[in-house]
Design a protein around this ligand. Sequence first.
Ligand SMILES: [Zn+2]
Ligand SMILES: [Zn+2]
Length: 256
Amino acid sequence: MANVFGKAAVAAREKTGAGGVLAALLSGLASCLSPPRCRLCRSPLLGYANPFLCSACLPEIEWIGRGACRGCGFPAGPHARLGRDCTRCRGKNLGLTAAAAVARYRRGVRELILSLKFGGDTEIAGLLAGLMAERLRTADFLSPDLIIPVSLHPERRRRRGFDQARLIGRRLSRETGLPLGEDWLRRIRPTRPQASLDRFARSDNVQGAFAASPEMAGKRVLLVDDVMTTGATLRDAARACRESGAGQVYALAFAR
Ligand SMILES: [Zn+2]
Ligand SMILES: [Zn+2]
């Protein structure tokens, strides 16, 4: 996985548009003067192949691979039937055709995502998207026509200054060549941050929070978000997509 990490991270440094060459030169100069630091322990990374995490922190990531549940993306273990018989989603209808995730939402991954969302380290979105693109390539049960980020409510986006799901969605679109329906799924009412609520309150919190564009009728859409915890947000987003006629609704989150 170290190579994948390296590749994603290199891609995360690409600059586009006018002034890109100058920006790249300046950032190269800056990284010589103050080398990039590990996103978790802040140790300098000069000489490391991976420009995001040091070799001590990289094993902090618990990757989710082929043994995962295709219904909810949770690691279901080697005994799961066809990868769908997991205790997390048995009996629950998430409304998803299939789902996948890249890593467990624990330890280092949790810290990375908190640095992205609340520390404003938006380069991390590129790193996550690169790894999600890799997951999408290996998960043959996900075959979307287009990418739909599970965006923030415009009010929260304005306060935060960015929208991590959109950053991830744009990057994933560039890496995979799949079109992006950035405004095809909207939060029509503000919700409280899911992390501040318990499992039961989470479901109520997002109920009816989304509206989806009728343009997605008949399309196979891939909902993209940084984290999937209880699945309440994705379930509500998936319901809105189905109501607008989406043919299949897949979900891909970085962390599960
Ligand atoms: Zn480290
Ligand atoms: Zn499951």
